[in-house]
Ligand binder design. Sequence first.
Ligand code: PLP
Length: 369
Amino acid sequence: MEVKFINLKRQYNSIEKEINLAIKEVLNNANFVLGDNVSSFEKEFAKYCGIKYSVGLNSGTDALKLALIACEIGKGDEVITVANTFVATTLAICDIGAIPRFVDIDPLTYNIDTEKIEKNINKNTKVILPVHLYGQMCDMKKIMMIAKKYNLKVIEDACQAHGAEQDGKKAGTFGDIGCFSFYPTKNLGAYGDGGAIVTNNEELDKKIRMLRNYGQEKKYYYNFLGYNTRLDEIQAAVLRVKLKYLDKWNDMRIKNAKLYSKFLEEYILVPRKLKGYKHVYHLYVIRLKNRDKLMEYLNKNNIYTLIHYPFPLHLQKIHKTLNIPKGSLPITEERSKEILSLPMYPELTGDEIKYVSNKIIEFIKNQHF
Ligand SMILES: *Cc1c(COP(=O)(O)O)cnc(C)c1O
């Protein structure tokens, strides 16, 4: 048996007719940029999240960047975030001249350790930018309390957490702005690049709408420098079809995660789901000492796994100028050597999960310590 890390074809097959029709309609209407599909998707996505506004953009990276710009963050400002995240989080911060301030992660959830945020706040701190990694939210209640105390903005990186919840409230809706990616492999994925911000703040919504469209309020009148970073009509049409299935697909991911955990929990550390949280398992991440050997063993058995992420951002060349020595974020650094993401997507079958699990158990049992 071969088990791919992700198989997008299975999902397409399940909604092929609807998708083809939606794309054909866009082609027939011949309106490709900022048309009805984008504005309808924005309304539908905002409603799904339980928030007032959503603005469609061309990626999660740009969602983060425009969110920071709209909050008037710039040169020299410090943004509190984590080093165990996708590089886009810090690319957005550094692109506008701000400085990432990395906080270590919680040893069990691998999300930002909220206990360690306050001691990283100084006079230059302007934003807390929590990343809801792997599909489980950070403790946003705690983060909002800290932000209020120090008068900081909060921008949520919800690129891996479409539909995740804390106490019934969705990811992206706690802070000033929530940022989403619709990269094809995300829980809600387009057939190309895409992204969005969500907010309850009318002014931020307006500003980001202008920023994504050359900075114009009225056609050919420019008050500030903008960008060209819009969600396009074809992707919006695809996303409108797929949004209807997001809850169902997240439930399938949850079911798959439960099955993995049932097989594996007595052998290795399985993901920790917190009480009161809805974990949507963008990734199913296990932890063990012999990670690299297991990865190799699974690979030999045609099971494809990945590491999210193998080399923490604070130690990467791009952040060399920050001069953060090795050992500064001990949990982040330790975990990066032990975590492994197993194949995870809604359409993964029970047989495949069983096969992967059995191979892992076989590996563990045959190890000689
Ligand atoms: C995918 C992702 C992004 C970036 O999204 P793009 O659409 O690829 O630009 C940012 N942050 C996190 C945590 C992500 O997983």
